[in-house]
Ligand binder design. Structure first.
Ligand SMILES: *Cc1c(COP(=O)(O)O)cnc(C)c1O
Length: 218
C-alpha cells in the first residue's frame, strides 16, 4: 500500500503549484479493497471514502461506522432508482446524479427521510455511449431542472474522462460548465490524473489504487 501521506503530499504540492489553498477533499475509493486495507486507512485518521456500488457499501460501512466516528461516505458509481432509498440511508454525498428520473426519485426520498444530501451531477464529457452522465449539451438544462424542479442541493459536477483521451480537456470542459452555472464543486481526478485535475480546479478527487494498491479482483 502506498501511503496516504504520499498522496496528501502530492495534493499539497499540486495545490501550491496551482497557486491555490489546499481545500481539496480526498475521497479514498475503497471499492473492492480488502477490509484490512480500508481499516488501516481509517486508523490513520482518514474519514472520507468513496464506493461505487450501493450493495457493496451496505455490507461494509455500517460496521465501520460503529467503530469510527465522522465517516463521510460518497457514492461515486451509478445509482438505480430502486436503490435510492437505501443509498440515502447509507451515503453522505452522491456524485452520480445523471438523469431526471433519478433526480425526481432523490427529491422524493429526501422529503420522505427529511434529509438533504449534497449531490454532484455527472456529466458525460466524452459523450461515450456506454458511460453514465448527462451530455454536455444538455447539462445547463439538467442543472436547472435539478435545482428548480427538484430542489436538490446541487454541490457541483462530476466527470470520468474517457480512458484513452487527455483528461485535462475533460476537466476543463467540466469546469467551464460549472462556472457558467454558478457551481463551485468539481469532482474530478483519479489515481492517474488527480494532479492535473487539481490544476484545473478540482474540489473533490477520487483516488483508489494509488492509496490502497491495485484492486484485488473478486
Ligand atoms: C474506481 C473509481 C475511482 C478510483 O479509481 P483509481 O484509478 O483506482 O483511483 C474514481 N472514480 C470512480 C467513479 C471510480 O469508479
Amino acid at each position: 500500500m502506498s501511503s496516504l501521506g504520499d498522496i496528501q503530499d502530492r495534493i499539497d504540492a499540486a495545490c501550491a503549484k496551482a497557486g491555490r489553498a489546499n481545500d481539496v477533499t480526498l475521497i479514498a475509493v475503497s471499492k473492492v479493497q480488502p477490509l484490512e486495507r480500508v481499516e488501516a486507512v481509517l486508523k490513520m485518521g482518514h474519514r472520507v471514502f468513496g464506493e461505487n456500488r450501493v450493495q457493496e457499501a451496505a455490507g461494509k460501512w455500517p460496521g465501520f461506522r460503529e467503530t469510527f466516528e465522522n465517516i463521510d461516505l460518497h457514492l461515486i458509481g451509478p445509482l438505480q432508482t430502486n436503490k435510492v432509498k437505501q443509498a440515502v440511508g447509507l451515503f453522505d454525498v452522491i456524485h452520480s446524479v445523471d438523469r431526471e428520473k433519478l433526480a425526481r426519485k432523490l427529491a422524493e426520498e429526501f422529503d420522505a427521510a427529511d434529509k438533504q444530501i449534497p449531490c454532484f451531477l455527472q456529466i458525460n464529457t466524452g459523450e461515450e455511449e456506454q458511460k453514465a452522465g448527462c451530455l454536455p449539451a444538455e447539462a445547463d438544462a439538467f442543472v436547472r431542472a435539478c435545482r428548480e424542479d427538484y430542489a436538490l442541493p446541487v454541490a457541483g459536477l462530476m466527470c470520468i474522462p474517457p480512458a484513452d483521451e487527455e483528461p485535462s480537456l475533460h476537466f476543463a470542459l467540466l469546469k467551464k460548465i460549472a462556472v457558467r452555472n454558478g457551481l463551485s464543486g468539481l469532482s474530478m481526478g483519479m489515481s492517474g490524473d488527480f494532479e492535473s485535475a487539481i490544476a484545473l480546479g478540482a474540489t473533490h478527487i477520487r483516488v483508489g489504487s494509488a492509496i490502497f494498491g491495485a484492486r484485488v479482483p473478486g
